[in-house]
Design a protein around this ligand. Structure first.
Ligand code: ADP
Ligand code: MG
Length: 587
């Protein structure tokens, strides 16, 4: 058994009770449906022919009551199977959905760098939709259909062999027809899904960029584009409905042909006394019991395919081993002083050929304010993302207070590091919720204290509902500087001994930069801080400035030392200040 099949079956394990009771009632319903025509046959062949009417009527009434009993059993069984069976499928789907979400939380940056969010989302939602149907109907449909088919086949044979042969002459043709049409239908439906996916993509793109659309006054172009996509979708739907109509009416036609052929043959047989009326009637009733499961199995192939495609996409993800994990005996980082050391660190991204840097050595004493400068793309962000182990060093090691970060639990490591980046992500929720994300058990007073420290309290109080103001998914209702101050408040609340500021102020205008800069400086007090910045004002006061180039760290020292050295840093510095008419003091 393949690993995938084993994984699939493992989801049945918690629901064995449900599974077997479901199967039991499904079998019961199938058995009952096989019994009905028998009763009819008994009434017409035995009772009506052999008994006096006065004796026959009480017997028939008894039998009718018996049939009523069967109807009730069938009704209850079908209810149970439809309800509980789907519940079982839904529970399995629920388990899978939880598993894949939990798995996402364990995967590292390496994984997310190479994935589209929309695609990852659909694996948790759409792709799993058909699983319920598959888990529930799969085993049940196959077993029931087979039993019904075989049962009806045996009974038909016992009633009349020649008539059965007539039926079986049609079945292969019907089967091939259904198979062929099913293929056409699947293709038509796949086309539908592609078209609607195109529409979705178009809507997402349009709405995300609606501000650009409007600023270029291109609404009508967008509308035309949308109409085209939308009518392509309708066309594909028309096509799929046509094939569906041909498919279903065709199947019906076949069933009718079979019935007509049986009636014709049966009539001939009756004339020749080869069969009696009761048997022919029973035979006709059983034809449906025989054909239903054939139709069902044909339909099942589709839900099987859909379900399995969904499971494949689920399994692809579940199978990926998280590459950054706690060691079995990882230690918890406590009472951190904040001395950080890079020892001969080299790093290369998984999917790239060359290293970003190699052989980096560097020591930052506890509480130091350390700046990292260098042109765009040399690896400043990368270097800092190695400290919280967002990526694993390729060679060498990084230590905090002398402990290799790979020996520390990820949780305690990351709880001790605060990061402020250029892009701020705010979750859908209130201002209070968003700041509290820094420490979930913080009291209201602590949140407000943190906001004050981050220079955010005043503007928060001016919002319509103060701390309870709901901010949209990306904090769309706040300015860049306001969002940045919320993200700083978050870090104040987290209160980590180590900080990383990665171009935290680069996207801000001069005025809000000053406010944010001020709160960043407050935050940095008594903490080990790495600052990546392109504004010299942030860097001048650094205890040490590192100049990163393609060849590694080329210079290090204080602002004055580096200017005196008259090397790369001095060049960068002069360049920004000699830029004519520029008030920007950036490197
Ligand atoms: P900086 O912060 O100094 O501007 P980065 O650390 O962002 O530079 O990038 C360093 C180099 O690594 C660049 O060449 C960039 O293209 C590459 N890089 C950055 N992130 C990734 C990633 N997730 N996967 C592969 N390459 C990356
Ligand atoms: Mg960067």
């Amino acid at each position: 058994m393949s690993k995938k099949t084993r994984k699939f079956l493992s989801y049945y394990r918690p629901y064995m009770g449900l599974f077997f009771s479901d199967m039991f009632f499904a079998l019961l319903a199938a058995a009952v449906s096989l019994v009905y025509p028998m009763v009819v046959r008994y009434i017409t062949n035995d009772i009506l022919v052999n008994q006096e009417i006065s004796e026959a009527i009480p017997l028939i009434i008894k039998l009718l009551f018996g049939m009523l009993g069967l109807v009730i059993i069938e009704f209850l069984s079908i209810f149970y199977v439809t309800y509980q069976g789907h519940i079982m499928g839904a529970k399995m789907e629920y388990d899978m959905r939880n598993d894949i979400f939990e798995h996402y939380q364990k995967l590292s940056f390496n994984f997310f760098d190479n994935q589209k969010t929309g695609q990852l989302m659909s694996r948790v939602t759409n792709d799993l939709f058909d699983i319920t149907e598959l888990c529930h109907h799969g085993p049940e449909d196959i077993v029931i259909s087979l039993i019904k088919f075989i049962g009806a086949f045996i009974i038909l044979l016992r009633i009349n062999v020649k008539l059965t042969l007539i039926v079986f002459a049609f079945l292969p043709i019907m089967f091939f027809y259904a198979y062929y049409m099913r293929g056409r239908m699947n293709r038509a439906f796949r086309k539908n899904r592609e078209r609607i996916a195109e529409i979705n993509a178009q809507i997402e793109d349009n709405l995300s960029g609606i501000r650009v659309v409007k600023s270029f006054a291109n609404e009508s172009v967008e509308i035309d584009k949308f109409h085209t996509g939308n009518s392509r979708f309708v066309d594909s739907k028309r096509n799929s409905y046509k094939t569906m109509a041909i498919f279903h009416s065709g199947l019906n036609l076949f069933t009718s042909f079979i019935n007509i052929a049986v009636i014709a043959g049966g009539g001939l047989f009756i004339a020749n006394k080869l069969i009696n009326v009761g048997d022919l009637l029973t035979f006709l009733l059983y034809i449906n019991t025989l054909i239903d499961p054939v139709k069902k199995l044909i339909n099942f192939t589709e839900s099987f395919q859909n379900g399995m495609t969904g499971f494949d996409r689920f399994f692809e993800i579940i199978e990926i081993e998280p590459d950054i994990l706690d060691k079995p005996n990882a230690i918890t980082l406590k009472n951190v002083k904040g001395r950080i050391e890079f020892k001969n660190v080299s790093f290369k991204y998984n999917d790239t050929l060359s290293e970003v840097f190699r052989g980096i050595n560097l020591t930052v004493e506890a509480g130091d304010y350390m700046a990292l400068v260098g042109s765009s793309g040399v690896g400043k962000t990368t270097m800092c993302s190695l400290i919280p182990r967002f990526y694993e060093v390729s060679e060498g090691c990084i230590t905090i207070d002398g402990k290799d970060i790979r020996d520390i639990t990820l949780r305690s490591l990351r709880k001790n590091i605060g990061i402020v980046q250029q892009d701020v992500y705010l979750f859908a929720g209130t201002v209070m919720d968003n700041i509290r994300y820094g420490r979930l058990d913080a009291t209201e007073e602590e949140v407000i204290e943190a906001a004050k420290n981050a220079n955010a309290h005043e503007f928060i109080m001016e919002l319509p509902d103060g701390y309870n103001t709901y901010i949209g998914q990306r904090g769309i209702k706040l300015s860049g500087g306001q969002k940045q101050r919320l993200s700083i408040a978050r870090v104040f609340l987290k209160n980590p001994p180590i900080l990383i500021f990665d171009e935290a102020t680069s996207a801000l205008d001069n005025e809000s930069e000053k406010v944010v800069q001020d709160s960043l400086e407050k935050l940095a007090k008594n903490r080990t801080t790495f600052v990546i910045a392109h504004r010299l004002s942030t860097i001048k006061n650094a205890k040490k400035i590192l100049v990163l180039t393609e060849e590694g760290i080329k210079e290090s020292g204080t602002h004055e030392e580096l200017l005196a050295k008259d090397g790369i840093y001095a060049g960068l510095y002069r360049m920004t200040f000699e830029r004519k008419g520029s008030s920007e003091n950036s490197v």
